[in-house]
Design a protein around this ligand. Structure first.
Ligand code: FES
Length: 105
């Protein structure tokens, strides 16, 4: 198990390494926006990694393209494309805009 601390909410959730940050947040009912269903298209799930960037899954080409298009800072990742390997702390950029896509649950 790994934990994700969410600065916006003050919450800390537990998850497993095979679950993306987006899914972990949704399962724990932390409000995060998604329009594309986790396909690295909408950019709504953008998060800032405050601690533990070195423990994240590598950025893949599709995420790189999305991050470039969004003009994301170097410490930002798409929650739908990122898997934590150890404890991390994040800030949800679009915090509070909850839209759960059924096929992600
Ligand atoms: S949910 Fe759309 S880019 Fe992550």
């Amino acid at each position: 198990m790994v934990s994700i601390s969410i600065k916006n909410s003050g919450r800390q959730i537990e998850t497993v390494m095979v679950r993306s940050i987006l899914i972990a947040l949704q399962v724990n009912e932390v409000p995060i926006k998604t329009l594309c269903g986790g396909k690295a298209i909408c950019g709504q799930c953008l998060v800032r990694i405050l601690k533990g960037q070195q423990y994240l899954s590598p950025v893949q080409p599709r995420e790189t393209l999305a991050l470039q298009r969004l003009g994301a800072d170097p410490d930002m990742r798409l929650a739908c494309q990122t898997y934590p390997g150890k404890d991390i702390e994040i800030e949800i950029i679009n915090y509070g805009s909850k839209q759960i896509t059924p096929d992600l649950m």
